[in-house]
Design a protein around this ligand. Structure first.
Ligand code: NAD
Length: 480
């Protein structure tokens, strides 16, 4: 049995307690993982604090070299890391191997380049010269969820380290394996011990003391809105980036390119197993095309391959855990009780779907599920299901679409499909969300500000937006 330990000051550290991480497709135990608590957190924060002055004091070009090297090592190990990630998280191999792990490598090359270009501003006046310096913040807590764990961890680690900070990374207890590999590769790249520490454990035992630690200066958290709220209340005065839950509207007007809109709608709710913060989970369709759109959407949903996440053809793999499967199933049970019409999917394998292979017969599966006649006030429309469950909601006109899109506590992403250019811009401006994609699925450019508004979080990361959490601006005013 593989044993996974913490990485503290460059050394593997055990804990008295361990927990198991399971393969959600097979229920096999993949590893025994050290279950950290306050002691391990304190040691990791101390290591990060001790490593900070030297790391922050390196020329940016030297940090860039080491951070870039880490990206190169990830790029050289994509098949192995992707397989580990797929086994640990249930994310399908076509995503982990071709998208998520390669992008994790890109995160390091991107921020390596960027850290050599951090500059300031000058604000000259007749009496004073003001200029700004950007300093690294210090020790940062990086907390990652289980849905795309490696990509999310690297999205935080890359700017954090490149800008001269040191880190304690805590992964979700449900998918800790690739973070352990990240720690090993960081050392192999030559990043000094203590700069990146990895502590494993449950949120309450390891996450909470980490966020509350007085030597932690910034928290970059990705996870649920409930946990984000708890952290903000208990962590005290720190810099925060909170990337939280979503229930994003995918708005289709009757003049949209329907074939492209259908493909994107299907992708945005069913890819990544539907376990995606930016999922277009409320599909708002103009009444005049609603019936036709729903019929064609269901035809596509029924063709989606559900199965072994290691199979390149699989689109929907297993839910991360049995508890999460129960949660997703509870919403599938709830839909008809609230008055929605179940058009495909449901609680059991539908007759049109092939049987699962014997290897994954015990997996946490749910089949792509589509509800029509959904009212936006229903719980299935208001709450984040975080699984492959689509809610199709009709709307009358532009004003009604905007009203429904915004009638929700969340505000992470949004999608607008129309050929009317004026309307595209009007709706994009009116929708309450951190991001809006027009005639497009979610396409990431690392320079974009990524993040949400309302209950979807605070702060943005990406490009210079990552300064907000990982750099501290200082104004210097010199009397002339
Ligand atoms: P979660 O909030 O349960 O856990 C996230 C992380 O926080 C885990 O590492 C967990 O151990 C830790 N944690 C739990 N309690 C804690 C506490 N009190 N203090 C500190 N850390 C604690 O979320 P999850 O179920 O792992 O992830 C799914 C959620 O993440 C969804 O809501 C999804 O929308 C969201 N998410 C958001 C984004 C985004 O960019 N906005 C991206 C991916 C996932």
């Amino acid at each position: 049995m593989t044993t996974i330990q913490h990485l503290i000051n460059g050394k593997a550290v055990a804990s008295a307690k361990t927990f198991e991480t399971l393969n959600p497709a097979t229920q096999d135990v993949l590893a025994e993982v050290a279950a950290g608590g306050a002691d391990e957190v304190n040691a990791a924060v101390q290591a990060a604090k001790d490593a900070f002055p030297k790391w922050a004091g390196l020329p940016a070009t030297e940090r860039a070299r080491l951070v870039r090297k880490l990206g190169e090592l990830i790029a050289a190990n994509v098949p192995e890391i992707a397989r580990t990630e797929t086994n640990d998280s249930g994310q399908v191999i076509s995503q982990t191997g071709k998208q998520l792990v390669p992008r994790a490598a890109d995160n390091f090359s991107y921020f390596a380049e960027m850290c050599t270009r951090v500059d300031g501003h000058t604000y000259p006046t007749p009496t004073h010269l003001n200029y700004t310096l950007f300093h690294p913040v210090g020790v940062c807590a990086l907390i990652s969820p289980w849905n795309v764990p490696f990509m999310t961890a690297t999205w935080k680690t890359a700017p954090c380290l490149a800008f001269g900070n040191t880190a304690v990374l805590k992964m979700s207890e449900l998918s800790p394996l690739t973070a352990a590999r990240l720690g090993e590769l960081a050392l192999e790249a030559g990043i000094p011990p203590g700069v990146l520490n990895v502590v494993h454990g449950y949120g309450k035992d390891a996450g909470e003391p980490l966020c509350a630690h007085p030597d932690v200066r910034a928290i970059s958290f990705t996870g649920s809105t409930a946990t984000g709220n708890r952290i903000v209340q208990s962590a005290g005065l720190k810099k925060f980036s909170m990337e939280l839950g979503g229930k994003s509207p995918f708005v289709v007007f009757d003049d949209a390119d329907l074939d492209r809109a259908l493909d994107a709608a299907v992708f945005m709710i069913f890819s990544n197993n539907g376990e995606r913060c930016t999922a277009g989970s409320r599909i708002l369709v103009q009444q005049s095309i609603y019936a036709d759109f729903v019929t064609r959407f269901v035809e596509r949903a029924k063709r989606i391959v559900v199965g072994d996440p290691l199979d390149e053809k699989t689109i929907v793999g297993p839910m991360i855990s049995q508890a999460h499967l129960s949660k997703v199933r509870s919403y599938i049970e709830l839909g008809p009780k609230e008055g929605a019409t179940l058009l495909c999917g449901g609680l059991d394998r539908p007759s049109y779907a092939p049987e699962l292979s014997s290897r994954v017969a015990k997996g946490n599966y749910v089949w792509p599920t589509v509800f029509a006649d959904v009212d936006n006030r229903m719980r299935i429309a208001q709450e984040e299901i975080f699984g492959p469950v689509a809610c199709m909601i009709p709307f009358r006109d532009e004003a009604h679409a905007i009203e429904l899109a915004n009638d929700i506590q969340y505000g992470l992403s949004s999608y607008v499909w129309t050929e009317n250019i004026g309307r595209a811009h009007r709706v994009a401006a009116a929708v309450e969300a951190g991001m809006c994609f027009v005639n497009s699925q979610n396409v990431r450019d690392l320079r974009q500000p990524f993040g949400g508004t309302k209950a979807s979080g605070t702060g943005r990361e990406g490009g210079t937006w990552s300064y907000e959490v990982f750099l501290e601006p200082k104004n210097i005013a010199v009397s002339l």
